[in-house]
Design a protein around this ligand. Structure first.
Ligand code: FFO
Ligand code: ATP
Length: 236
């Protein structure tokens, strides 16, 4: 977990990724929109900032239909995990904009009886936590976020979660994740340690060969993508 260069894992070579290369046709339909894979393969020398920009640009090209379909797949994959079934508390996030959709997952977890914690972004860069208790427990917050409006449970409340569902812009096979750049989830992952099953949710083509890392970065134990379901970290 130090340095910025990583060799590629043969087990996760590009042919395993359900992405289209430039000029490649999926079935009989030409691939039209700009895609993450239209750029050179991501490697460890690329800066986090460049990678964030590329991922966000690709996300802007995704349709509502793709997002809705992804949300259902993500929900099903996380709900089917034995670790989720046995977790009384699950910490998740409430997706906004073009993020891989976790809204169906949040609702389904709550309906199945789990205690669901969602983050509240603090100016310090830390995350506080509050419970999701149905759609009426949410309110628009700053920075385009939707957050739980109920009682704040404190930064440490996440330590009680058996499963931690993290947002990410990119993840690699060893679980190294790129976030929005505030370090929020590096802090949370450091706080929860190995006691929670940490999952990063990304679109299929955001599971890349290598994510640039810095010493403070904390890996996740698995990745969830709409097309591949749960992919366990090679470093687990
Ligand atoms: N849905 C969701 N909730 C989440 C996160 C997330 O990634 N997704 N977070 C993950 O850490 C935390 C919030 N982290 C954030 C980190 C940085 C910025 C930020 O810099 N916002 C820019 C605007 C960028 C934009 O519009 O995309 C700003 O405020 O200027 C916002 C939230 C907690 N809640
Ligand atoms: N455990 C920590 N305690 C305090 N600050 C931290 C910690 N981890 C990371 N940071 C700070 O957060 C900054 C941003 O980190 P980084 O760019 O890796 O964020 P990220 O992983 O992309 O975002 P996030 O974790 O919010 O999803 C770092 O420069 C660092 O100063």
């Amino acid at each position: 977990m130090s340095g910025t260069c990583h060799t590629r894992s043969p087990a996760f070579s590009r042919r395993h990724f359900s992405v289209a290369s430039p000029g490649v046709h999926l079935g009989r339909r030409p691939v039209r929109r700009a895609h993450l894979a239209d750029w050179p393969l991501v490697d460890g020398t690329q800066s986090k900032r460049d990678l964030r920009r590329r991922v966000l640009a690709a996300r802007r090209g995704r349709s509502e239909r793709e997002r809705a379909a992804a949300g259902a797949k993500i929900r099903d994959a996380v709900l089917a995990l034995p670790a989720t079934a046995s977790a009384s508390t699950v910490a998740a996030y409430y997706a906004v904009g073009s993020e891989p959709d976790t809204r169906l997952l949040v609702a389904a977890l709550f309906e199945r009886g789990h205690r669901v914690l969602l983050p509240v972004f603090l100016d310090s860069g830390e995350l506080d936590w509050a419970a999701y208790t149905g759609p009426e427990s949410l309110a628009p917050a700053g920075r385009g976020l939707v957050e739980p409006a109920g009682p704040r449970l404190g930064v440490d409340a996440v330590r009680g979660a058996g499963v931690l569902v993290c947002p990410a812009l990119a993840v690699d096979p060893a679980g190294r994740r790129l976030g929005r750049g505030a370090g929020c989830y590096d802090r949370v992952l450091a706080l929860v340690g190995a006691q929670a099953l940490s999952l990063a949710v990304v679109y299929d083509d955001e599971l890349v060969d290598a994510v640039p890392v810095e010493p403070h970065d904390r890996p996740v134990r698995a990745v969830v993508t709409p097309g591949r379901g749960v992919v366990w970290s090679t470093a687990r």
